[in-house]
Structures are given as C-alpha cells and as structure tokens.
Design a protein. Structure first.
Length: 627
C-alpha cells in the first residue's frame, strides 16, 4: 500500500534529493580525506627521502673532514719544524745505535707536495713567534740544496707567514683550542746541542728527567763521543742512502738549548678548526692544535684555502645527491640547524628545501575512488530514473483513468439513453429515429476510436510494433488518405484540401498503413480543435524538403497551439490549454501516438508556424524519401 507522501511528486523528489546529498556528501568527505592522506603520505615519503639524502651527504662531508683531520692530527709535533732531531739513527759506517742529537732530519712538510687546500703549515710559540716547516732555516739552506732538498714557493709562504704573524697573536689562537689530552704521544729522548755556538762534534745527551730512558741510547751517546759522522760527506754519497744525515752545525729550533725539558712525555691534542680575523677584514680558517712542552704550550696547524676546500667538499654531494649544494661557514655554530651542521667544521650544508610533493596521475587510490564515484552515480541515476519512471507511470495511470473514465462516460450515457428511448418505443417519428441512430453511430465511432487509441498506446508501451517499410508513391498515398478522411471531415463540418507539391512519380520509403494512421490522427485532431473556426478548411499537403526528406503538412485555421504548450501536447494524456468555450473531447493520445509512430518510421513530427497574418496550427510530418 502506497503512503500519501509516495504519491506526491514533490515529496518524492525531496526525499531522493536528501538521500543523494547524503551519499554524495559522505563519499565526497571520504574522497577528500583519502586524497589528503595520500598527499600527506607522498610528502612524508619525499621528506624522508630528502632527510635520508641529507644524512648521507652529511656523512660524506663529515667522513671527508674526519679523514683530513685524522691524517694531520697523526703528524708528530716535531714535523712542524723544518729540521728536527730524530729519535734514533744508525751510523752509516757501523752497526749500532747513534746518538739522535748528532744529526738533524728534514721535516716531510718541507719536501712533500702539500694538499691543494693546505696553504701553509705553521708553528706558533708564546710571544707570537711564527715559523713554518715549509721554509728552511737560513743556516741550513745551502747544505740542504746539496742533498737535493729545496723549499718551493718560498716567496708566497714567507708572505703568508708574515701576514699571519702581523694579524694573529698566540693568545687569540690558543684561546680557541681545547686542552690536550685527547691524543698523547711519548717522545722519550730529545737531543739538541748543549750550546748553539759549540762544535757539532761536542753534542751531548741532555740529563734525563726520569728513569724511563732506554739504556741503548746511553750507549749511543758514548759511541758518538768517540766517533763523529763526517761533515763534508759527498752529496752523491748522502743522496744515495736510505737515511739522510745533516750535520747539526746550527741551533735546533725544536727546543731552546738551555731550557729544562720533561723528556718523559709530550702531549698534544687533536687538530680542531679555528677561525681568526685579519686586520684587513678577511677571516681565515685553519686546523690547529695545542701542544704542551716543558717550556710552555705552542700551537701547530695548517692554514686552509677555505674556498677551495669548500668546493672540494661540496663536490662530494653535488654529483648524485644535491646538485645545488653549498657549504656555508657559520660564524655562530650554536645558532645553526643541528641536522645540517658538520661535526668537524663550523660549517653547514646548504641545500634547497624539497618542493611540496604533489600526487599526479591516476594512482591506485584515485582509480578506486573514481570507480566508487562512478558506482554511486550510476546507482543514484538508476534509482532516480526508476523512481521518476514509477512516479510518471503512476501519474499517467491517474491521468489515463481520469481521462478514459470521463471520455467513456459521455458516449456510454448517450448510447444507453438513446437505446432506451428507441427500445421503449418513445420515439415514433421516423426522422427523429434516424437522427438518434446517427447519433448512436457517431458515439459508437467515437467510442471505437477512443478504445483504438488506448489499445495502440498500450501496444507502444508494451513493445516496439513491427514496421514494414517500402517505397510508396506520394500521389497514391495522398489520394487514399483523402478518400478515407474526406467523409470524416465533412461529418465534422470541415473541408479537406489535398495538395501535392512534389514532382510527379515521387516516392517516400515508409510503412504506408502507419503513415496513414498518423495523418488520420492529425486530421481528426484538427477537426476536433477547430469546431468554432470561421475557416473550415483543413489542408493535407506534401512537399519535398532538403536532404532527401518529404514534408507532409496538416494545417488548419483553428485557434492554434500556445507556445507554452507546444512541447507538452506530444506527451500522453496531456492536452493544450482550452481556447474555446467548449473544449474538444478526447484523452490526449492523438498527438502522442502520432509522434511515436513518426519516430518508428525514422522521421519526426513537429509544430511549425503558419503563414504570416494567419491563425491556426501546422503539424509537419517528416519522412525519408525513397531515393
């Protein structure tokens, strides 16, 4: 049993709209949430990938700097002097141990090619006395040339050393360095001349400050007191030997001659980066360390070519990680981001932040959402179409029942009344009896036409009736239609005018019986709706149209069809607005059936304007020609 709201189109549409809004709203919220989650996941993955690449880049940079610091930190403190006394040597002509103070060894920093980023190795003692192992002492320069040792780039290194000595003090450097203790190295025996002006042959071992000295070194001192390495050894002989010996005829700058030295241990820290500013406004970067001697602390290190080192470090990550990577020196490392700050340098890795990741294309999630939307829309469309069809069917049923009931009541009432009068013998006049019989025949024809239209409409609703198309001569079709319809028009007080404007022998391809039924409905419809027209003519006219079509016009001079009704008059059980005092009988199926039959024939039925200045209705049936 249908409820009252289900029979109301407005309430049904409102209910369907509410359900549709709920479905679309819920699915839309789910879609937005899913796409937002997908976007967040994509951005999270991109951020994680960016952080992983940045961590890898930082690991490479820190490893590179750590390698540099490790190699330089392992360099013994004595190598920061152009020459130094080796710890133990073997005499060239005897087996045994020679006294270390008898000879001096050149620093590897004097002879080796330094790295590109190392501008100058330096040694600074208290009082801001600067020296470098890359420049030879003046007293040894000529003798070291004789054995093939000569410092390179002396002018530039001397200029750098002078600039540093004038710009940076010992206190400024040592304040930036940690206390020693991270790395220790023992130097058990330190040998140097007891008097800078004494003969090199009078070298003596300094008194030990503890009892850790090796006994063999004591014996080496006695050996060197008896025999002395010749000072004037030929350069060719010295150059060909594995160990080089230089006569110790100048003061050894490693330690002062008469200073008490704790020879048991020598402590020095790891190299750390330091920054210092020069008086011209430029700043320098260096690796430096503090070395504690018995005479006091000193600072040793290497001045960096920062621009070159920065480019070398940046190249470590530009090739495959960050093409736009830069290394930025931080004046305040504590204010820099910890994740980009290098562990061994006050510098940060500067890279462009990753762009916001946007998901493009049809991902699996989006394909699923699209299918869900498609399914929801198809379901809503199907439900809406089904509901609307059900409502329309219910409305048509109501209209059909109302129209048929009304149209059946009138002829049936007339038939029953007249039959009762005739059967009871109340009508005795033959003329009156003949008139009653004509009325009964007309009402029977009307009832038959009504039932025929209803049956035709039912057949169209139940399925597509078969159509037999064949070539039909237009002149023959018009003649047969005129012969059939002329009496009907005459009975309705109308005159049928048949006109053929096509070429002789013209044909059109159609089902002749169905086409005649369409024309019959149009002419009968014109007869019913033009009862009060002053001009009682009805035209049936055939004319050729462009593109191989034939126009069959049915035109009258009735009140016409209002523009607002031109679309709805082709709907079943719908009738135009009444324009006369006595509405025409009918259930509103004539034009609906004619329109459907026209589509079955592959044509169309439409309303056209009549000639200018005329009233009436022109219905145009378009059918394909036989060409």
């Amino acid at each position: 049993m249908m409820h009252w709201w289900s029979r109301s189109t407005g309430w049904s549409v409102a209910a369907f709209a509410a359900v549709s809004l709920l479905v679309i709203g819920g699915l839309g919220w789910v879609t937005l949430a899913a796409i937002g989650l997908e976007r967040e996941q994509a951005r999270g993955a991109a951020d994680a990938e960016f952080r992983a690449r940045r961590n890898l880049a930082m690991w490479r940079l820190d490893s590179a700097v750590a390698g540099l610091l490790a190699r330089e930190s392992a360099r013994p403190p004595e190598q920061y002097h152009a020459v130094f006394a080796p710890r133990a040597v073997l005499p060239p002509d005897e087996l045994g141990t020679a006294a270390p103070a008898a000879v001096l060894e050149p620093s590897p920093l004097l002879t080796e090619v330094p790295p590109e980023w190392a501008m100058l190795y330096f040694h600074v003692s208290a009082g801001s006395e600067w020296s470098t192992p890359q420049l030879m002492p003046a007293g040894l320069e000529s003798r070291m040339r004789r054995v093939g040792i000569e410092a390179a780039d002396k002018e530039r290194r001397a200029r750098l050393l002078a600039d540093l000595a004038g710009d940076v003090t010992f206190d400024e450097l040592i304040d930036q360095l940690p206390q020693p203790g991270q790395m220790q190295q023992r130097l058990e025996v330190l040998m140097c001349p007891s008097d800078p002006t004494s003969d090199p042959g009078q070298m003596a071992l300094r008194p030990e400050a503890n009892e850790v000295a090796d006994r063999s070194l004591r014996q080496s001192q006695q050996l060197y007191n008896q025999q002395w390495v010749q000072r004037e050894a030929a350069p060719a002989e010295i150059a060909g030997r594995e160990l080089r010996y230089l006569c110790c005829d100048v003061h050894n700058r490693v330690y002062q001659a008469n200073s008490p030295v704790d020879q048991s241990s020598l402590r020095f820290a790891l190299l750390v980066p330091v920054q210092f500013a020069c008086r011209d406004g430029h700043s320098h970067m260096a690796f430096a360390r503090r070395v504690d001697l018995a005479t006091g602390p000193v600072v040793q290190g290497v001045l960096l070519h920062w621009e070159l080192l920065r480019e070398r470090l940046a190249a470590q990550v530009r090739e495959d990680l960050f093409p736009d990577a830069e290394i930025r020196l931080e004046s305040d490392p504590t204010a820099a981001a910890p994740e980009t700050l290098m562990a061994n340098l006050p510098a940060s890795l500067v890279v462009a932040p990753p762009p916001l990741a946007e998901v493009t294309g049809w991902t699996t999630l989006r394909v699923g959402l699209a299918l869900a939307w498609l399914a929801a829309l198809v379901a809503l469309t199907a439900v809406g179409f089904g509901g609307w069809t059900l409502l329309e069917l219910s409305e048509r049923r109501n209209q059909f029942v109302a129209a048929v009931t009304h149209e059946l009541r009138t002829p049936l009432t007339t038939l029953r009344l007249y039959l009762d009068m005739l059967s009871s013998g109340m009508v005795r006049d033959e003329t009156q009896r003949a008139e009653y019989l004509r009325t009964l025949s007309g009402e029977a024809d009307r009832l038959s036409g009504l039932v025929g239209n209803v049956l035709d409409y039912a057949r169209l609703e139940n399925g597509r009736p078969p159509v037999e198309r064949r070539a039909v001569a237009i002149a023959e079709f018009l003649h047969e239609a005129g012969t059939m319809l002329a009496p009907r028009c005459q009975a309705a007080g109308k005159t049928l005018v048949v006109e053929d404007e096509t070429a002789p022998g013209s044909e059109f391809h159609t089902d002749a019986e169905l086409a005649r039924q369409i024309v019959s409905n149009l002419v009968e419809n014109a007869c019913k709706h033009t009862a009060d027209a002053a001009d009682g003519r009805i035209w049936l006219r055939a004319a050729p149209d462009s593109d191989g079509w034939i126009r069959i016009n049915v035109e009258d001079r009735g009140p016409g069809i209002a523009p607002s009704d031109r679309r709805r008059v082709f709907e079943p059980f719908c009738r135009g607005s009444a324009t006369s005092a006595a509405p025409a009988p009918g259930v509103g199926l004539g034009l609906a059936l004619a329109g459907r039959w026209a589509r079955l024939l592959g044509g169309s039925l439409r309303i056209a304007n009549v000639a200018s200045g005329e009233r009436g209705t022109r219905l145009v049936l378009m059918l394909p020609s036989g060409k």
